[in-house]
Design a protein around this ligand. Structure first.
Ligand SMILES: C[S@@+](CC[C@H](N)C(=O)[O-])C[C@H]1O[C@@H](n2cnc3c(N)ncnc32)[C@H](O)[C@@H]1O
Length: 116
C-alpha cells in the first residue's frame, strides 16, 4: 500500500448536489466513484491521494476495499517506484455519451489519448 484515498462517503444524489456547489464556488472537485451508488468526496476532507493523476501505464492501482462499516480506497504500487517518480493510476472512467472528453497527457507509449 502506498496511500489511502481519504474523503467523505456520499450517496450519488448528495454527491451531485455537492459537485454543483463546488463548481459554483470555482473550487476544483475531487471525487472518486466507489460503486454505482456511492462516491468518496475528497474536495474538503481529502488527503494527498486526491492529487494523483491518471496514466494509461500506471505505477499504482486504486482498489476499493469493503468493510462492515464502509469502504476504503487503497492505492498500491504495481511495480517498483523510483525516488521522485510521480504516482499515477488508471482512472478507468466510464465513457458517458455526450460528456466532454478529457485529453490524456500521461505520455505513455500505450496512451489511450483520452481519460474518459
Ligand atoms: C484528481 S485530479 C488530479 C490532480 C490534478 N492534476 C490537480 O492538479 O489538482 C483529476 C484531474 O486532473 C487532470 N488530469 C489527471 N490526469 C491527467 C492526465 N493524464 N492527462 C490530462 N489531465 C489529467 C484532469 O483534469 C482530471 O480531471
Amino acid at each position: 500500500m502506498v496511500i489511502e484515498y481519504n474523503g467523505t462517503i456520499l450517496r450519488n444524489e448528495v454527491a451531485i448536489q455537492k459537485e454543483k456547489i463546488y463548481r459554483s464556488q470555482n473550487r476544483p472537485v475531487f471525487m472518486f466513484r466507489i460503486d454505482s451508488q456511492h462516491v468518496v468526496d475528497a474536495t474538503r476532507t481529502g488527503g494527498l491521494a486526491r492529487y494523483i493523476n491518471h496514466s494509461c501505464a500506471p505505477n499504482c492501482v486504486a482498489e476499493v476495499v469493503t468493510f462492515e462499516r464502509g469502504y476504503k480506497i487503497i492505492i498500491s504500487c504495481v511495480r517498483r517506484i523510483d525516488k521522485g517518480e510521480e504516482l499515477c493510476f488508471d482512472y478507468q472512467f466510464d465513457t458517458v455519451e455526450g460528456q466532454q472528453k478529457i485529453a490524456c497527457h500521461c505520455g505513455a507509449p500505450e496512451c489511450r489519448k483520452w481519460i474518459n
